[in-house]
Design a protein around this ligand. Sequence first.
Ligand SMILES: [Zn+2]
Length: 105
Amino acid sequence: MPVYEYEHTESSQCPLGDPFEWRQPMSAPRLTACPTCGRPVKRVVSLVAVSTPKTDSDLKSLGFTKLVRRDKGVYENVTATGGESRIWEVSKPETMPHLHKKIGD
Ligand SMILES: [Zn+2]
């Protein structure tokens, strides 16, 4: 679940702090009142909200390439897309990930 950042729209002595982070499903409506003190809150855009993708499929859908070392000179491209070799052997240039295609667009 993503973490969103909220802040109270009026000064408060809320124990959650200001701003505070709140974890909720992406489908959930945004908070309008603080879950702790009940005062009005608004969501603020923060780096937390666009936190680093965690799963390989997240990375893949965002166009990242993730290589996992499997052996000396052998990497598995766990985000391989169609046409890419899943295994990159350093000694075989044709198996190298197609980075130029991803960077180019
Ligand atoms: Zn509060």
